[in-house]
Design a protein around this ligand. Structure first.
Ligand SMILES: C[S@@+](CC[C@H](N)C(=O)[O-])C[C@H]1O[C@@H](n2cnc3c(N)ncnc32)[C@H](O)[C@@H]1O
Length: 387
């Protein structure tokens, strides 16, 4: 099978984790870019990337890369691309664009020019025009224009890969599934220790943890991928990937708790839908009075950031979280993400690591606290981090 360039997009801060996933899958000439990883591979690797990469949002296949000296050139260059190879008549398409260029102050204008070029190419080649469907297209085309540099790609994922397909409900502030997987992978956890999210909301971190521990691919629950609509779709090859042997045994514990009865019932529904009810235990519980459900585990959690809470309540909550960790969770390693730096300070523990991440538009700090047994002076480090 011929090899081509593939670009996997992700969130800022997860690029190196994604590059590790890509290498493990067999990607060649892997390059870490800004919010993306590029690599070389064949059609099989592109299917696998969509099915197996936990920290990828999109898998793009660039089909043209060129410089645009003036505005009309975008249309001219785009019209020369053999679109009939990529898009069958009868299939609809839509464009998705990232544009930062003085030539196209109105970013919509750049996508419109590419859309016109595709339609006109079709009309001249076949006498017919393909339909545009921005809501639910068969084929998605990605326009990337940075200054004068343009890359046009086919989006092999379709809907963003964070839409795993297991979510049937969500709380007020669910963490994105790709960010949740990335947070867990940044800790280095693969199921070696028991796992706790004491502010689990709709259960995203618990489900992603269970999928990692059990080796369940993130694409397992999805109904479709963009490449299934491509004229060269190899159904047999994708069926082999889908039906591959990848699940592994996991006998540890994954436990979630939350103060909200409603959130726990949403988490329960999501977990049931992911067929993970036997792997994850849930309870309604205030973190302030929570006792460890096991010893020496890992905590990964996403507390409220105070976007809707008063600052003094946030300080109180984070202080209480810090006290709970110090007083009852010796031997654990706790990872907490928040955009509230004041809140994180109120925890009153010295982080062993700080990682910058974004939760949507919110700049966050993701912090690791190693909770020693005994007083700090006679501390016993439970686990040495291998980075
Ligand atoms: C940002 S949300 C977590 C979202 C979750 N990661 C998800 O994907 O759905 C924060 C959660 O903390 C919970 N929470 C707030 N105060 C709490 C407390 N004192 N004890 C336990 N949970 C609490 C809220 O009910 C909410 O579900």
């Amino acid at each position: 099978m011929s090899k081509f360039k593939i670009v996997a997009k992700t969130f800022a801060g997860l690029e190196n984790i994604l590059a590790g996933e890509v290498r493990a899958l067999g990607g060649e000439s892997v390059v870490v870019e800004r919010r993306a990883v590029s690599f070389f591979g064949d059609q099989e690797l592109m299917y696998k990337a969509n099915f197996h990469l936990r920290t990828a949002l999109k898998i793009l296949k660039p089909i043209a890369e060129f410089e645009v000296a003036k505005r009309d050139e975008l249309y001219d260059r785009a019209k020369k691309i053999p679109w009939t190879n990529y898009l069958a008549l009868g299939k609809s398409f839509a464009l998705d664009s990232t544009v930062q260029s003085e030539m196209f102050v109105n970013t919509m204008y750049a996508s419109l020019k590419v859309k016109d070029a595709i339609v006109d190419h079709f009309r001249e080649a076949t006498g017919k025009r393909p339909s545009v469907n921005p809501e639910d297209p068969d084929i998605r085309i990605n326009v990337y224009l940075m200054g004068n540099h343009c890359i046009l790609s086919l989006d092999s994922s379709g809907e963003s890969l964070h839409k795993r397909g297991y979510r049937v409900g969500q709380g007020d502030a669910p963490v994105n599934e790709v960010l949740a997987a990335g947070m867990i992978m940044l800790t280095g956890w693969h199921g070696e220790r028991d796992f706790l999210d004491p502010m689990c909301g709709s259960g995203t971190l618990l489900i992603e943890a269970a999928m990692i521990a059990r080796g369940i691919p993130p694409g397992m629950y999805r109904k479709s991928f963009g490449f299934e609509q491509w004229p060269d779709f190899n159904e047999k090859l994708f069926a082999e990937i889908y039906n591959g042997e990848y699940e592994k045994e996991f006998n540890g514990k994954i436990v979630g708790s939350d103060i909200s009865v409603k959130d726990i019932s949403i988490a329960k529904a999501n977990i049931r839908n992911a067929s993970l009810s036997k792997v994850i235990d849930l309870q309604v519980q205030d973190i302030i009075t929570l006792s460890p459900p096991f010893s020496n585990g890992i905590i990964v959690t996403n507390p409220p950031y105070g976007e809707r809470m008063k600052p003094q309540s946030i300080a109180e909550l984070y202080t209480a979280v810090g006290n709970t960790l110090k007083n009852r969770f010796a031997g654990f390693e706790a990872w907490i993400i928040s955009s509230s730096l004041d809140g994180l300070k109120s925890i009153g523990l010295k982080p062993a690591r700080k990682i910058d991440l974004f939760n949507g538009a919110l700049a966050c700090s993701y912090r690791c606290y190693e909770l020693f047994q005994g007083t700090h002076k006679q501390s016993v480090i439970i686990k040495k981090r291998v980075v």
